[in-house]
Design a protein around this ligand. Structure first.
Ligand code: ZN
Length: 648
């Protein structure tokens, strides 16, 4: 057995055969000892998996392994590493057609290594392409080469140097524990002031590197799943013929309370349940082999129907119903309606064909679990989507958030993580890795089957420990936060202790300012996910940066011989410099109080834009995300409405 099974949290099955084999050397003392073999016509996934393996081995030892199609391999050739399905793999008794979705076999025998998995035929970087073989390559790189993908791009790819590369003996079959692992890429942020964002060429580079990174952390899914606010166009299409499917307002009217307004559904109406199933069935291909998911997620609004039948289904509101929402929350004054939604989902599921799964969101005034004692079942899949609970949380609030997950779990439904909390924090050194990991661990322990985090904002230089933890836990769900962070810090060589102190300083700073953050957001009417830069200067005043800068200077001095580690420290310094500049511009332009005149605006943004242009290829952060936050946060003028390629 070649590794500690307890650490491999992603295993659903590990078939360990008690056959003694020797390790296989791929490279010995700088000499290649193994060739990589693929099928004569490898799929795109297999080709890419082979390229990834070659790239990382070369980075480790400077040796570029040869890749050959199996018909081109001479019989007397040296040892082989088979990647993907091929004759040689089948002759070894590995049948990838029999593997679970995205599963892979990793087997090292006396004279060969086999990495072959369940793959789809599409683009290897597309999250919808099953890529078991690629996951097998990453698992091997992770274990035997100790590769760590800290952030996107070459600098963030940590491959320890070695002269000898060995595949350690093993034989196992592994599938991802979560059928969907999703960190929304955050590449779609469109600002009204795009001059603050990336140029087109820099955006292309950023996007490509990030897509590669996400696959290296095995983001993807076993089969297609679609859900999301399900009824947004129903009023327009069906409101005239079936007003009874829609919310009854206190005024006695059905549907939205104003033209084009949002609306919820009358979820106690059995005709609506039947219609949802019928529409799903009409679109479902007749011989579909993938699991069926019926989208029954309420629109992006509270459950508001006030009809007698809906109200009769409601359970008693929990005593702590509004305890953790700020006074400005839409939740204030709302009615607790989880039971009517639980009954709605169950009603749909009971009318659906066997095996189909109904998807709903636990959201707004149906976020807490039902109180009427209703029992659900695994064919109901609920997205955990709180409208509060931003990190950092008090111990009490954190325990409350976890309790809501447990309570839904106790209904018998399956759960997936669908939070918006990662949109928080702008590009500030806003560190919350430990609390995030604790929530993730709790969810894993209580049956989490998938994730869909909205969104990766990509501030790799200032929020690296958060993002690495999020990504890494998707591969090693049970790894302790400190274990994950130790991997991250270790990549800084002799600077590791100073870098650790640096991020601990920021995590402590973030945690201890919890009240201040919450209050500033309320007072300045700033949104955690949309207009953080209204408050950045209040939460990150100049003096908070000084001790952090000192720690990074110490880090820079601790490591002078390892060029890669030095460059990584510089990356952190660049991120911090940029964060400080952003906080300063926030002080001048925050919509909460700015009196800046046109020339002052220009002066402030020119300096920022110059910095971003000079460093947009560094990968320190997603500048398009920042431009999107800043357009709702700052007093800006017409000039920055130009594209970055034209400005100034
Ligand atoms: Zn109703």
């Amino acid at each position: 057995m070649c590794f500690d099974a307890a650490r491999a949290g992603c295993l659903t099955m590990a078939l360990l055969l008690n056959v003694a084999h020797a390790d296989v050397a791929l490279v010995s003392e700088g000499e290649p000892r193994t060739i990589i073999v693929t099928a004569d016509k490898p799929s795109r996934v297999v080709q890419y998996a082979a390229e990834e393996l070659v790239r990382h081995v070369e980075k480790a030892c400077g040796v570029r392994l040869e890749v050959l199609a199996e018909s081109a391999v001479r019989p007397e050739a040296r040892k082989r590493l088979y990647i993907g399905d091929s004759r040689g793999v089948r002759e070894a008794g590995i049948d990838v057609a029999k593997l679970a979705a995205e599963a892979f076999v990793l087997r090292v025998t006396d004279d060969a290594v086999f990495i072959a998995g369940n793959d789809g035929g599409g683009d290897p970087l597309d999250a919808d392409t099953r890529a078991g073989t690629l996951w097998g390559v990453y698992e091997w790189l992770d274990r035997d080469l100790r590769v760590r993908w800290l952030w996107p791009g070459e600098l963030g790819t940590h491959v320890p140097k070695t002269k000898t590369v060995v595949a350690k003996t093993c034989d196992e079959t592994t599938a991802p524990r979560l059928f969907q692992r999703r960190l929304r890429a955050g590449l779609g942020f469109a600002s009204e002031h795009p001059a603050l964002g990336f140029t087109a060429a820099a955006f292309k580079q950023f996007s490509e590197e990030q897509s590669v990174y996400l696959r290296r952390h095995r983001m993807g899914r076993s089969y297609p799943v679609s859900y999301g606010h399900a009824f947004t166009d129903w009023w327009e299409k069906d409101g005239k013929a079936h007003p009874e499917w829609f919310q009854l307002l206190e005024s006695g009217k059905r549907g939205p309370n104003k033209k084009n307004g949002r609306f919820s559904m009358c979820v106690s109406n059995p005709d609506l349940e039947r219609e949802i199933v019928a529409r799903w069935a009409a679109k479902r291909p007749p011989h579909a082999t993938t699991p069926g998911f019926i989208n029954a997620c309420e629109n992006d609004i509270l459950g508001l129907c006030s009809c007698d039948k809906c109200r009769a289904q409601d359970g008693a509101a929990p005593d702590d119903y509004l305890k953790f929402y700020p006074p400005t929350s839409k939740m204030v004054g709302s009615r607790f309606v989880s039971d009517r939604y639980a009954k709605f989902w169950l009603g749909i599921q009971q009318q659906a064909p066997a095996g189909a799964t109904v998807v709903g969101y636990a959201y707004f005034n149906y976020f807490q679990a039902p109180t009427s004692g209703i029992k659900l079942n695994p064919n109901i899949l609920i997205g955990y989507c709180p409208s509060a609970g931003w990190f950092p949380r008090s111990a009490e609030e954190h325990a409350w958030m976890k309790q809501q997950w447990s309570d839904w779990r106790d209904t018998g439904a399956r759960l997936f993580m669908r939070t918006n909390h990662l949109l928080d924090g702008y590009c500030m050194p806003f560190i919350l890795a430990h609390q995030f990991a604790d929530e993730f661990h709790h969810a894993v322990e209580k049956g989490m089957v998938a994730t869909d985090y909205d969104s990766l904002t990509g501030h790799w230089a200032t929020q690296g420990p958060n993002l690495y933890t999020v990504a890494r836990l998707h591969v090693r769900p049970e790894a302790a936060a400190d274990e994950v962070l130790a991997e991250y810090y270790a990549a800084f060589g002799a600077a590791s202790p100073a870098v650790k102190s640096y991020f601990e300083y920021w995590e402590s700073y973030t945690t201890r300012n919890r009240e201040k953050i919450n209050q500033a957001m309320e007072t300045l009417q700033a949104s955690r996910w949309r207009s953080w830069a209204k408050a950045a200067h209040v939460l990150y005043p100049p003096e908070c940066f000084t001790p952090a800068e000192t720690l990074l200077e110490q880090a820079a001095h601790a490591e002078e011989n390892d060029a890669e580690a030095v460059a990584r420290v510089k990356f952190l310094q660049l991120g911090l410099q940029h964060a400080r500049l952003c906080a300063r511009v926030s002080a001048q332009l925050s919509l909460a109080n700015s009196t800046a005149a046109k020339d002052e605006i220009k002066h402030a943004v020119d300096e920022l834009i110059a910095f971003r242009r000079a460093n947009e290829r560094s990968g320190i952060g997603n500048f398009n995300h920042l431009a999107w936050v800043e357009d709702s946060s700052w007093k800006l003028s017409e000039e920055t409405r130009q594209t970055p390629d034209l400005y100034p």
